[in-house]
Structures are given as C-alpha cells and as structure tokens.
Design a protein around this ligand. Structure first.
Ligand code: F6R
Length: 611
C-alpha cells in the first residue's frame, strides 16, 4: 500500500511527481504529498484525499526544484489528514522522507527521540524516520556524502518492520537515498536523470531501464549516477534490466473505468496466459517450471496460499489439481498460514499466488514455507516482483497490468495458469490422459468463449438497475460454482459497498436461510450437470421464501427465474473462467448505478504491502 515516486534530474520535478502519483494512486488514495528542494531548502506540499486535491493547491505550481519525492497514502498509523500525509520532515526540516510500509517499533523509537527533545507533529509511524536520520547525522564522525548515507543506513538498522524509503536532504541537495525492506521499490535510469517508483508502469513512459532493489540495498542517487551499497556501506554492483511493456496497457483506451476495460480484456489476457504452453497435440510446456517426475512422485500434499481474489483462484484450482494429479490440496489465506505451524515437509509443494507479487502476507508465508524446506512456486502477474524473487520457481500469468483495485483479469488468468500447471504435473505423472485431452481443448476455446459471454451485457445492466439499492445480496453454488460465488460476493462488496455473503447452496438451510425474505436477491451459479437438480432445489427453497434470483448457467433450465444469464458450455473444472464474468459485470454496473468510484473503492488499495 502507498505509492512512492521520486525524480532527480534536469527538469522540474513537480509535474513528473504528480504524473507518477496519479499512476500510483491505485496503491492508496487517503492523501498525497510532494517535497522538492528549492534553493537548498525543502518545500513540502501535501493534502488529504486524492492526488487531484494536491495538484489543485495553487502554491504547488511555484515548486521549481529538480529533485523531489512524492507519496500517495493508504493510512495505517494515523487517520487520513493533511498532517499525517507524507513527506515527513525532521524537526529542522533538513531531511524529508516518504515511506511505504509499517515501522513496528515506532513507539519505542518515538520515546527514544522524545527523550532527546525531538517533537512530533503527526500520528504516523513514519515521522520517527527523518528524526532518527537527523539524530544519526548529528552524531556521526563522517563527512561529506558518506555522512548522509551512513545516517540513513544507521537509521535503517534501528527500524523493525517493512519499508521502502526515499530520503532527500537540504544539506545534500544533489542526492537522494533510497532503500527497501519488504516493500517494493524500483529505480528507472535515464539520461542525466533518474526516477524512483513503487512499480515499473508508473515511470515506464520515462525510461525502460530499471534497477530492481533487493532488501537492504541502499542506492545513492544523483542526476547522472547511481551507486549501490549494502548495510556495511560496501559498494555493490547491480545490473539494470531493460523492461519492455506496452504502455497503452496502462491507459483506459476509451473505457470509462479500468475495471470495465480489464473485464473486457479477458479474452486477450487468457490467450496470453495460455500462450504456447498447451496444445492439443503435444505435451504441456512450462518453460520456467523445471520439475521432474522423480520429484513430483514424492509430493504428497500441495498447499495453495494467497490472499483475497488470488486465494479464490486457489480455491477453484483445488479440484483441478485433485482430479488430475490425485494429490490432496489445501488452500489457505496467507495471513492465517504464516502465523500457525503448518505441517510442511520436503514432500509438500507450496504454490503462492499474487497478482502484484508484493502482498506482505503472501511473501511472509512463502518465506515460512521455504524455511521448512518445501519447494515453492510463485504465480504472479508482475515481472520481477518480490514473490518471484523469493520462490524456487516462478510462472507468470502474463495478463498485462491490472490497474483497477478490484481484480478481474488477473483472477481468470490465475485459474487458467493453475489449470495448465495441474495438467503439466498430471502429464509428468502419467495420470488421467483422457480427462487432460478434453480439458486442454476446452482451455484453448476459452478466449472465444469469453468473447461470447461479453457480447451481451444488457440483461446484467438492467438487473443491476433493479437491485442497486439493496442492502444484502447472497451468492450460492455447489462445488466449483461455490468458489465462484465467493469471488462474485467479494467483487460486489468491495466496489458497491453492499453487504453480501457466499454460501455453498446446501448449507443455506443450516442457518443463513433465516435471512432470506421477500425480495432479497440470491445469485446462483449452476455449471455442474451432475449437481443440477440438487442446486435447483436449493434455489427453489429461497424462491419459496420470496427471493429474487439471478442465475448464471451453462445448463438447460426448465424452471422460471427472475434473470438467467446463459454462458457457453465448457469443462466443468474451468467453468469459473466464464461464470465469473457476469458476476464481475453485475458488481460493476451496481457500483456505477450507485455513482461510486469503481476503480478506487473506499478503504482499499491494489497492493497490500502491509500485514
Ligand atoms: C480483490 C482483490 C484483492 C487481491 C488481494 C491479493 O478484488 O484484488 O483481494 O486479490 O489483495 O492481491 P495480490 O494478488 O496482488 O497478492
């Protein structure tokens, strides 16, 4: 959470910082701020709310500095307010800092500084950092640039928690220091200018050459030089990577919102995920996954660990792995997994799914699995992201940048990729070849079937108009359809703020049916022919109690329901890739009817880099 941007070069920093902050706003939008150095003095301007509020402050146009740092905040410590916004300065305004992460020992550090007469203006954990830098700087015997660098390094040694930091100083107006620990940070190398950002797309229009910082690597940056140091102040060598990404994929392309664009891109993104990995005539190839039969035969349990929507993709993948590979699978939220003592042996394979690759809980869970000698596989959409650097193997979804906070195309690509991995394992293990051939054919048909689902959205729009004022909506399904119900329910609540619950259809009568009364909407997913009659009976139970029904199905239904959205037939195991789309659209249109900001729902951020 929180977006960080920085610039040092020959041009005015302010427009570059604002441009970057607008692109990073998906990481948090409680407040925004920038600081530049103007004639050897740090000038800071910040404001509560969106980046637009910051840019509307007239005084911001007077900033002429060619070095600056910027921040868009997702509040953790201290409510969203101007005073709690970043950048934060030390008491003398000599050092200014932006921070993404959480300083866990900030109260102790605050007491330490208070006892040395430092004063605090904000309620944030961050404010201790510039003051500690000042303290360490004052108490250092070093001189020149090393004094600045050492003060930052010494400060980091005192911090517990996670951080990506940019530091500028009026005493060193031509330099910036950046460092990260468990929060993302990249440096873009330009010609006589350098850029710093929380992610690559935010600065991709300025440069294609990137240094990806690892934990506790310190970069000492001037406009035409970047030096890297370790914690012992030894110089280290780093190579930059040339990143080619289509920048148009980070624009709205005529759509009113990124979410609608990303929903509509799913045929393309799924096609990219499939790539040349599977074909109907030959064995599956996952070039980044070099796993052999001898090793796979030893695996007696697979864990799939992730958060939110990515975990829902894992729930869908469980029956795919179990039916093709015949290995038991457990799916668990990373935030739970990391704080218990899961039974992991060297015969356990752990898969970690993260669109951003930066989710703090997922990274911590991965580290835990590694410490227990499990082989780990990361599934991510972001090249070079943190989980990809931690895991033994990485497989990319290649869904293209996902900007809307609510995940859509990343989810469908994750399911497709997990299905391909399950097929790959089953082929190595020589299991279920007939099932696999059928499944492969249907995976290859998914892009055209997705186009089919997206063709007619009028019925969904009309139903959204009918129900957008409701307070509670239920989602039900059996088996794999239940995993889609859970995702549909999450999509709805996060962007429409309507309370919603997902239940396995057969569980309703064990309690939740008490909540069904006249006109309550129940959304149901029906894609399993074998469970059709049972599921229809469950729907009838709610209809009898007055519920309105919205059904997504690829089956022939004889009964009448309020709205039925027909989707193409496909293999049951991958049906979620199609059945989720009407649910994504339903959530989208309800949110639009309510006049909400679909791409940036309240209290949320795209990348949850704090636990
Ligand atoms: C919901 C959503 C979140 C993310 C979750 C994990 O629409 O996007 O639930 O799925 O925060 O994020 P990643 O996949 O980046 O680890």
């Amino acid at each position: 959470m929180c977006g960080i941007i920085g610039y040092i070069g020959e041009n005015k920093a302010k427009p570059i910082l604002i441009n970057g902050l607008l692109r990073l706003e998906y990481r948090g939008y409680d407040s925004a701020g920038i600081a530049t150095i103007e004639k050897d003095e740090i000038k800071t301007i910040k404001n509560k709310g969106r980046v637009k509020n910051l840019n509307d402050i007239e005084e911001i146009n007077s900033l002429k500095g060619t070095i600056g740092i910027g921040h868009t905040r997702w509040a953790t410590h201290g409510k969203p307010s101007s005073i709690n916004s970043h950048p934060h300065a030390d008491n003398t305004n000599c050092f200014s800092v932006v921070h993404n992460g959480i300083i866990e020992n900030y109260s102790d550090l605050k007491e330490f500084l208070k006892s040395r007469k430092y004063k605090f203006l904000s309620e944030t954990d961050t404010e201790v950092i510039p003051n500690l830098i000042h303290f360490n700087y004052q108490n250092s015997d070093e001189t020149g640039d090393t004094k600045f660098l050492k003060a930052v390094v010494d400060t980091c040694k005192m911090l517990k928690g996670s951080y990506a930091l940019e530091v500028i100083s009026s005493a060193h107006p031509n330099n910036m220091i950046v460092v990260r620990k468990d929060s993302p940070l990249v440096i873009g190398k330009g010609l006589n200018e350098n850029y710093i950002s929380s992610d690559i797309p935010a600065i991709l229009s300025f440069t294609k050459d990137f240094y990806i910082l690892n934990d506790l690597e310190f970069a000492y940056i001037s406009r035409n030089n970047i030096e890297f140091y370790n914690e012992d102040l030894e110089k280290i060598h780093k190579d930059f990577q040339n990143i080619t990404l289509d920048t148009s994929s980070t624009e709205k392309d005529g759509y009113p919102d990124f979410m609608l664009k990303e929903i509509n891109e799913q045929s393309k993104s799924v096609r990219e995920t499939i790539g040349s990995r599977i074909s109907s005539s030959s064995k599956t190839i996952i070039s980044d996954l070099n796993i052999n039969k001898k090793f796979l035969k030893t695996i007696n349990k697979i864990y799939i660990i992730a958060c939110g929507t990515a975990m829902h993709a894992g729930l869908t993948a469980k029956p795919i792995f179990e039916s093709l590979c015949e290995i038991p699978v457990e799916v668990e939220p990373a935030s739970e997994f990391r704080y218990r003592n899961p039974i992991i042996t060297q015969n356990t394979l752990c898969l970690f799914i993260s669109q951003s690759g930066e989710t703090a809980d997922t990274i911590a869970a991965l580290k835990l699995a590694k410490s227990k000698n499990s082989k780990t596989i990361a599934i991510s959409n972001v090249v070079g992201s943190s989980i990809t650097r931690e895991a033994d193997y990485t497989v990319y979804t290649h869904a293209g940048p996902e900007i809307a906070v609510a995940s859509t195309k990343a989810y469908t690509s994750q399911i497709v990729l997990l299905a391909i991995i399950a097929i790959y394992f089953a082929e190595i293990l020589d299991k279920n070849s007939t099932k696999i051939n059928e499944l492969k054919n249907d995976i290859l048909l998914l892009p055209s079937n997705i186009e089919e689902v997206l063709k007619d959205t009028e019925k969904i729009k009309a139903f959204a108009k009918r129900i957008y004022k409701e307070k509670d909506i239920f989602f039900i399904g059996r088996g794999i359809d239940y995993t889609v119900a859970v995702e549909g329910s999450l999509k709805l609540k996060e962007i429409s703020y309507i309370h919603s619950e997902a239940y396995p259809s057969g569980e309703l009568k064990h309690g939740p049916i008490a909540l069904i009364e006249n006109d309550v909407t129940v959304v149901s997913i029906l894609t399993n022919r074998l469970l059709l009659e049972k599921s229809i009976s469950n729907i009838q139970e709610v209809v009898t109690r007055g519920a309105k029904t919205f059904i997504v199905t690829n089956q022939e239904l004889n009964d009448d329901f309020d709205e039925v959205i027909n989707i193409p037939k496909t293999n049951y195991l991958i049906s979620p890739v199609l059945s989720v789309i009407p649910l994504q659209l339903l959530a989208y249109y309800i949110s639009k009817e309510k006049g909400l900001d679909v791409d940036k729902p309240r209290n949320l951020a795209k990348s949850v880099t704090v636990e």
